[in-house]
Write a new protein. Sequence first.
Length: 297
Amino acid sequence: MPAVAADLVIAMPNWPSGQATANILKVGIAKKFGLEAEVKVLGTMNAFVGLDAGEVDIQPEVWRPNFDDLVKKYVTEKGVVTLSSRGVPAWQGLCATPEAAATIKTVADLSDPEKTKILDTDGDDRGEIWIGAPAWLSTGIERVRATSYGYAANLTLVEAEEEVAMVAVDAAVATGRPMVFYCYAPHHVFELHKLVRIEEPPHDAAKWKLVSAQDPLWIEKSSATTAWDAAEFHIAYATAFGKKHPDIAKFLEQVDFSPEEVTGMSYALEVERQVPLDFATKWVEDNAARVDGWAKK
């Protein structure tokens, strides 16, 4: 028998909270509206292309300001994607383990080879710093920041999947080895370890010159010499899907996760190793009244 086509497609990011949210939406929509969703692993940029093409219906976690370029193109200008009005407050920047923070306190310290040599783990006289997963847009922005601030000259910028990086953080804390890395919240790592945020100049929009990521040379053409702006993330859905299913659009508009809940999702998937769909199924059961409230007209 041929496989039955899903009623809708939910894009799933490759980070824990996004995986949890994608599956909570899948389970919740099936329960309240009787529609079966296919959860498909997609990066945010590919998800927006899919939302435009009618191949994706929902993206559960669109970070701003990271993807403001996509929001401008697909939401503001083309109108083919709608962002839910509710957002989850977030932040991102650079963090240090306690041992690293004793020496490296500010972003200027990262440009001092004498200070960053404590981050050298492979004996090449250059420290290492994890800047994110290869597919993340924020990773490219962190590369821009490293070049603009100057510490790319004396640090090796490491790109690796988040799961690998978090294992490295665990090991560094356990052994007292200094480590500095890209960090964001809400995230379970702050539940596990006492980390210190690297001090940076306050965000200044005039000092962030980011070329569109659609340009193959956007990293080389961009610059950023202050901290990230305050962040938040939203659910996105195809405008056409919202018109076809206004009840589901209303449901998506009323989803209201707190930063603490998002941290718990990250912890459940990354630390407790729960399967995203299993976690989501139990979460929807445990929060039945809450999910019912999202579905109310």
